[in-house]
Design a protein around this ligand. Structure first.
Ligand SMILES: [Zn+2]
Length: 243
């Protein structure tokens, strides 16, 4: 049983039995892993606060053949985001990010880009960036990385550039212009394409004024969340609380 080590963000941890914790962590080079931290519930245990949700840690663990769960032997805290959990909306947002990562990624698939997206978004929230804007930022990039973001610039049928608001296709794989939309059900905000372009150009900690109004950000969120709900085939639990 060789000891492995990886840089990871704790997505969640919960008690199992009287003494142990089950830890779900997203590692930079090995993707999503689940493991048991033995004795993590005991008073004065060696894990300290390193297993709190969204802590950035160095995890040391053992893998057993044909076992899905690894054994976490140690976790060294690199950076804590614990104080952010004091605010209810922020705490719900952080759970939402963690839930999306856990639901959309199969275990053991390395996803360095998502790791960097999560870490940079967490740091921007910690530095008191706008929570609404950063949530849209995370959603947009998350959908993009997963290949779930349709082309919002052109009509799926006639290929014309959309000059005004369009409609999402029922399978959420494109948008229709006013002439082609078979049923005008899910309208997409006119600013969405410009927002996605802005997101791609600006890091999350961008301090310059956001060129979109709170109302526009909210409307953009509705479309991005429709895509997430469609592909997940349910509403994320944490999103329900966030609303
Ligand atoms: Zn069209």
């Amino acid at each position: 049983m060789p000891l492995d080590q990886t840089e990871a963000i704790i997505l969640r941890s919960f008690s199992i039995g009287d003494q142990d914790k089950l830890v779900v962590f997203f590692s930079r080079d090995k993707g999503l892993l689940r493991g048991v931290a033995k004795g993590a519930r005991k008073f004065g245990n060696r894990f300290g606060s390193s297993l709190e949700p969204l802590s950035l840690v160095n995890v040391f663990y053992y893998e057993k053949e044909r076992k899905e769960l690894v054994t976490v032997s140690q976790a060294e805290l690199i950076e804590s985001f614990f104080e952010m959990h004091g605010d209810y909306r922020t705490a719900c947002t952080l759970s939402y990010f963690a839930e999306l990562i856990e639901e959309f990624f199969p275990s053991r698939a390395s996803e360095d880009i998502v790791f960097r997206l999560l870490l940079s978004t967490l740091r921007a929230i910690k530095e008191k960036g706008s929570l609404e804007l950063l949530t849209r930022y995370f959603e947009a990039w998350f959908l993009q990385i997963n290949g779930l973001l349709p082309d919002f610039r052109r009509c799926k049928t006639c290929r014309k550039l959309l000059a005004e608001a369009g409609w999402l296709s029922p399978r959420m794989d494109g948008v229709y212009c006013s002439n082609c939309a078979p049923l005008k059900k899910d309208a997409i905000p006119q600013e969405l394409a410009a927002f996605l372009k802005w997101v791609k150009k600006n890091p999350p900690a961008q301090r310059t004024a956001c060129p979109f109004s709170p109302g526009q950000i909210k409307a953009i969120g509705q479309t991005l969340q429709s895509l997430i709900i469609f592909h997940l085939e349910r509403e994320p639990k944490s999103l329900h609380y966030l609303k």
